[in-house]
Design a protein around this ligand. Structure first.
Ligand code: IDP
Ligand code: MG
Length: 144
């Protein structure tokens, strides 16, 4: 097990439906610590850059339109095995396939408006946390 950091986004459908507190609570009760966070309304350029890996996918344009449709809450989570643990708490991309008790099973509206984003590997976690937060904005549990 390793102490890891991962990027979390509460997507526009989650913010719009007042789910921030309930989602944060799931992180904290599952051993993940919020070490940086802010609300932000993504520009098209920010959303396109963040999702650049999906540029060739047929849903890319709709995804960018949806992600820029309202404010999101962007956070860095820290904890043992944080990347996999966060993905487990989130559930599968398609809420119809997400395990019971996961955020997406309980809250997602559709495969696109699926309430949360989470990094999927150490490389993407490093890119994604760096895309939104400087190192000096991340207050590790070890140092605060
Ligand atoms: P993930 O968020 O579970 O890692 P990805 O495959 O990385 O899933 O896709 C990124 C995001 O793109 C998804 O969370 C979802 O919002 C959207 N998305 C993925 N697949 C589809 C699809 O088939 N139709 C519409 N939107 C999709
Ligand atoms: Mg992904």
């Amino acid at each position: 097990m390793a102490l890891e950091r991962t990027l979390s986004i509460i997507k526009p459908d989650g913010v719009r439906r007042n789910l921030i507190g309930r989602i944060f609570s799931r992180f904290e009760t599952n051993g993940l610590t919020i070490i940086a966070t802010r609300m932000h309304h993504l520009s098209r350029a920010e959303a396109e850059g963040f999702y650049a890996v999906h540029k060739a996918r047929p849903f890319f344009n709709d995804l960018v339109t949806y992600m820029t449709s309202g404010p999101v809450v962007i956070s860095v989570l820290e904890g043992e095995n944080a990347i996999a643990k966060h993905r487990e708490i989130m559930g599968a991309t398609d809420p119809k396939k997400a395990a019971p008790g996961t955020i997406r099973a309980d809250f997602a509206e559709s495969i696109e408006a699926n309430t949360v984003h989470g990094s999927d590997a150490p490389e993407t976690a490093a890119f994604e946390t760096g895309w939104f937060f400087r190192g000096t904005e991340q207050f590790s549990v070890a140092t605060r």
